[in-house]
Every structure is written in C-alpha cells, then in structure tokens.
Design a protein around this ligand. Structure first.
Ligand code: HEM
Length: 392
C-alpha cells in the first residue's frame, strides 16, 4: 500500500481507513492469497503473544513478503521464523551482548563512532549524503564491533544484504548474494576459531560451535541474521528520525533540553511515529482462534502492521502528532511477544547517542533539497531513505 504523496512519514492512508473499519480485515497479497490484516494495537499485541500463532514460515498458509522468500524459505531458517524450544535455545545464546547492562558498556565506543562520523561529515563537501556518510556507517560500525566482523568488508556485505532484503531484486541476484554472505561468514568462523577475539562471533564459535552446542549452519544463520538486523533497521531510524526532526524544529528544541530519561523517551516516540520495520509482522494461525468477533482458522495467514498499531488513538492520543514528551513506551516498533527485538537496547542507545550529539554539534543541520524530492525506500523489509542531501 503506497503512502500518500506529501506525507512520507505517515503510514498508507488505506491502513488508517481499514483500522477505522474493523480490527481484522481480509487482504489480497502479491501471490493471490488472502490473509487477515490486524489493524489495532490491542489485537496486534494479543495475537503476537498467542501460542496458537506461529512465526514459522514452514507452516502452510504463512503469508510471505516476497516471491524470493517464499521460494527459498527452506534453505535456512532465521531466528524470527523459528518457534518453541529451538527458538528459545538460539535466542538465549545471542542474548548476552544485547542486555542493557552489556550495551551500556558500549556507550563510550558508540559515542566515539558518532563523534568521528560527525567530524567526517563536517570535514567533507557540502551538501553531503546523510544516509551514506552518517546514518549507515554508524550501525554498521557498531554491529561489526559487537560481532567481530571486519568493517573494511562493509561494501561487500552491505550490497549483499540489500540484495537479500529488497523485494524488487531478481531472485537469482538475491540468491547469489545470500550464498556469498553465507560463505563469507563460514570462512570468518574458521578464522575466529584459530584467532579468537572479544566479538560475539568468536565467543559463539569457541564456546558453542567447538563444544557441539551449535552446528556450523546454525551459527552462520544466527550471525547472518544479526548482521542484517543490525544494519538497515537502525540506519533507517537514524535517517528518518533526523528527517522527522528537521521537519518539526520545535521538537529539536525539546530534544536539546531533555535529560537522559527525556532523550530515551524522545527516541521511543520517534520509534512509534516512524515504525520503520515494514510491511508488518507475518504470522500464521496453527489452531482456530476467536478474536474481536472473528474466527481465524488454523492455516490462515496474519499480517500485523505495527505502523498502524502505533497510530491507534485508543493507546496514543492524537497519534499523528510527533510529540517527544509523550509516553510512547507501549509502541510496537520492536515487535511484541517472544520475538520482540533482541537488539533493542543496542538500537535504543545508538539512537539516543546519535540524536543528542547530532543536534548539539550541528545545530544548523538542514535539508539541502525539497522534502518532496527525497528518494524513499519502500520496497524492502523496512522503510527508509535511499539518500538525504544535507547542509549545515
Ligand atoms: C531501530 C532498530 C531496530 C528495529 C526497529 C528492530 C525491529 C525488530 C522487530 C520488529 C523485530 C520482531 C520481528 C518479529 O516479531 O517477527 C525484531 C527482531 C529482532 N531483532 Fe531487531 N530491530 C532493530 C535493531 C536491531 C539490532 C541493532 C539488532 C542486533 C543486531 C537486532 C536484532 C534482532 C533480533 C536477533 C531479532 C529476532 C528476535 C527473535 O525472533 O527472537 N535488531 N527487530
């Protein structure tokens, strides 16, 4: 569903209309299937935490985003597509570096990375592309640091990740890129076993692979998923969050006056308002479920677009307004239930550091083009900006 022209930060108007009409409606997907679209916050939370609802894309009726994902889903499972004890086992293995306590230890490193990127931006030509010069390199450097993946290979893995996650890439190109990423990580694991370091990849290789708790395929898929998750999601939030603030200068003032708790709340509101992970969580009912006066039958697909749940006025009064002082704590931008984002403390801290430093160090930051001319990215597994020329 396309967004309305002139309103690039608001969800598609059809979604708001559907939300008003009913909590659950039938929609037609690219492959002709007709899953349920869940429009409201309460039903989205209820279904995302219901054990009769599965994220397992091997289950018949799963509503795939793209043809590529449908045709290649048996090649290797990602964490988000697993359920039950298997999911919990792997989720626990990667949890440690993403706990708030461990993430807080990364604060000086993240502050240094952000400061370096601001220095580089200011030293470079004007206008500059905010996305390639700032929004993308920051999460990329951070996740490389956490995992122990060499940042100097970022051109390669970033291009390959784009090919795997964007829906308009030819299937053979996406498939080739996925294989290249897989082999790259498999080789890196071999290297880490011989030369261990402090990164998560090394830790998993020496403590879990070498002891037989993980096999090599599971380890590659886990790290591949983390590499993908750690990049585009946070980069999109940095770029779109900056755009949202530039379009609402009164909110930049709120952010500047905020203390640490205020900045954390402001980031939650930006996450709610922008909800960049799209187009919706995908699930399938594995038993019959009655909800909001509807019967969802076992085998029927579910799409839960958080971008519209996050604009539900029964939870967020005046939802179309970006208000950095509001309590947006119940937003669903990181998902809900057992699959809720493992990396959220890291993403939150990155965003807090970025928005604090950016507007303090570059108070004159401005768009160098008309907002209507910005190229938005809406064909992948997330919403974002392909580029954003800025000056200062
Ligand atoms: C602003 C940035 C981010 C956003 C908006 C975001 C959003 C999400 C969402 C919506 C989910 C739920 C998927 C589902 O239920 O199907 C998720 C899961 C996940 N995210 Fe994030 N994410 C972000 C950053 C990160 C980062 C930095 C990492 C760490 C590398 C990360 C790692 C994960 C993992 C491992 C899962 C899977 C959890 C599971 O299935 O148990 N994310 N994320």
């Amino acid at each position: 569903m396309p967004r309305a022209s002139g309103c690039p930060l608001d969800p598609a108007p059809e979604l708001a209309e559907l939300q008003e009409r009913a909590p659950l409606v039938r929609v037609r997907l690219w492959d002709g299937s007709t899953p349920w679209l869940v429009t409201r916050h309460a039903e989205q939370c209820a279904l995302l935490s219901d054990r009769r609802v599965s994220a397992d894309w091997m289950q018949p009726g799963y509503p795939f985003h793209t043809r590529f994902l449908r045709d290649h889903h048996s090649e290797g499972q990602f964490l988000t597509a697993m359920e039950g004890p298997e999911h919990l086992r792997l989720r626990r293995m990667i949890a440690r570096p993403f706990t708030p306590r461990m993430v807080e230890k990364l604060r000086p490193t993240i502050e240094q990375i952000v400061d370096d990127r601001i220095d580089a931006l200011l030293a470079g030509p004007e206008p500059a592309d905010f996305v390639s010069e700032f929004a993308l390199p920051i999460p990329s450097r951070v996740i490389c640091h956490v995992l122990g993946v060499p940042y100097q290979h970022h051109d390669f893995f970033h291009r390959a990740i784009r090919a795997v996650t964007e829906s308009d890439v030819p299937a053979e190109v996406a498939s080739k890129s996925e294989r290249e990423l897989y082999h790259y990580l498999a080789k890196l694991i071999g290297h880490k076993l011989a030369h261990p370091d402090d990164g998560l990849l090394s830790q998993l290789a020496t403590e879990r692979l070498a002891t037989g708790q993980l096999n090599r395929h599971e380890l590659v898929m886990l790290v591949l998923f983390l590499l993908i998750s750690g990049h585009e999601t946070t980069a999109s939030m940095i770029a779109l969050g900056t755009l949202a603030l530039l379009l609402h200068p009164d909110q930049i003032a709120v952010l500047r006056d905020a203390d640490e708790t205020g900045v954390a709340g402001a980031v939650d509101e930006l996450l709610r308002y922008l909800t960049t992970v799209q187009p919706g969580r995908r699930r399938v009912a594995v038993e019959d479920i009655e909800i909001a006066g509807q019967l969802i039958r076992a085998g029927e697909g579910l799409i839960l677009p958080e971008e519209i749940g996050n604009r539900d006025e029964s939870v967020f009064p005046d939802p179309e307004t970006l208000d950095l002082r509001r309590d947006a704590g119940r937003h669903l931008a990181f998902g809900f239930g057992v699959h809720k984002c493992t990396g959220q403390p890291l993403a939150r801290l990155e965003l807090q550091v970025v928005f604090t430093a950016l507007f303090r160090r570059i108070p004159t930051l401005a768009l160098a083009v008309d907002p209507d001319d910005l190229p938005f990215m809406d064909d992948g597994l997330g919403y974002g900006l392909k580029g954003m020329p800025v000056s200062w």
